[in-house]
Design a protein around this ligand. Sequence first.
Ligand code: FAD
Length: 404
Amino acid sequence: MISIGIVGGGIGGLTLALACRQAGFKDIFVYEQADRVEGLGAGIQLSPNASRVLIALGLKKALDSIAFYPLAVHLRTWKSGYLVAQRPLGQFSEDRYGFPYYHLHRADLHQVLLDAALAARVTIATGKICSSLDTREGEERINFVDGAWAAHDVVIGCDGIHSAVRNALLGADEPRFTGHVAWRGMVPADRLPEGLIAPAVTAWMGPGKHFVHYYVRRGELVNFVGVVEVAGKSQWDNRGEESWRAEGDKAEIVEDFHDWHSSITTLIDAADHCFKWALYDRDPLPNWSAGRVTLLGDACHPMLPYMAQGAAMAIEDAWVLSRMLENWEEEINQGLLEYERYRRPRTNKVQLGSRAQGQQFHLGDRWNVLKRNFRLGFGSRFLPDVAMQQLDWLYGYDCVKGFD
Ligand SMILES: Cc1cc2nc3c(=O)[nH]c(=O)nc-3n(C[C@H](O)[C@H](O)[C@H](O)COP(=O)(O)OP(=O)(O)OC[C@H]3O[C@@H](n4cnc5c(N)ncnc54)[C@H](O)[C@@H]3O)c2cc1C
């Protein structure tokens, strides 16, 4: 039986470890650079294409106990709050796709994945920073910054947007600064006026900016993300800051959204801390694998967050890769190529779709805004079935049932 080395204990790496365990593999090692495997203080939406996989891994009860179930998606205009369009979630998601749409706190999701991985006897080594890879005597060797190394039959880079494994395989990439800067924050729900935040994911669309909020952790917290196009684009170009942890000056986000709807200004006022980071974009990669090494999640297809699908794609990757390893255990190189062949068209589509979605949210020209609002509003009000069908390819994707 092959031994599997996973670099990175994020959502993708832990899900892969669980999926490989469920596929029958026993020697599974996760190497995480941080001293603890933990999620960040931010929210995450998990659509049914991803919840389907986590539920197949036996996590339904644990997820149900930490989730918030949004009833709908609301698209609103930035100042008046006019409801441009809406789409049902909640029971509708379960009826149409068979699986829930979850809103979660990332730290809670991480804990669920970590507990399950430990219970499944996955070996998790923390404080292990991968620096490079070597192939020796038929084994793939992961080299760590502390001078140690580990050898496995197959190595998967799940080490996120700044992937050391991708750099070792394909060379360093050159991300483009999008000109977009994201703010995020989290507010206890009981600190806010009752009824201020609907039990939905609400996206407010304005010229050059948008703002999204939703409940997490059973409705106890409200997560928000505000995205702003910055004017002095060049000043950000070489900063290379793609970090979830950089705290920003709250006065700046207050200023960025000061003339927006009062729901937003009230929410921002109630936040103790706001975090800020630059959003970079990358083109889809032409290939992900070499020999018995491949990539998964943000390491191979980092995407802008505007379709809320980055983690969902990592989770789908994890399931498909685990089954390809199972099916091609005697020919791992081929199994990795099959995984890539199967996954790349879908992740390319979502990566490029996310880019386009950001442009739609930020339209400023009055005529284009009218056209967008008419298109979205008409579909949602008069042709709801057609509007629903438009996302079936995304939410209805079923890798669990098997693939060709
Ligand atoms: C504002 C924002 C909102 C988002 N909202 C959503 C959403 O609602 N829904 C959704 O599906 N997606 C969302 N995403 C995307 C999602 O967060 C990512 O796609 C997802 O976290 C990727 O998971 P991953 O496991 O590939 O990488 P990561 O979560 O980045 O995990 C990588 C892991 O590897 C470790 N690591 C890194 N380098 C090394 C190394 N050299 N050696 C060892 N370990 C290493 C890291 O410490 C980390 O634990 C959002 C993204 C942003 C920016």
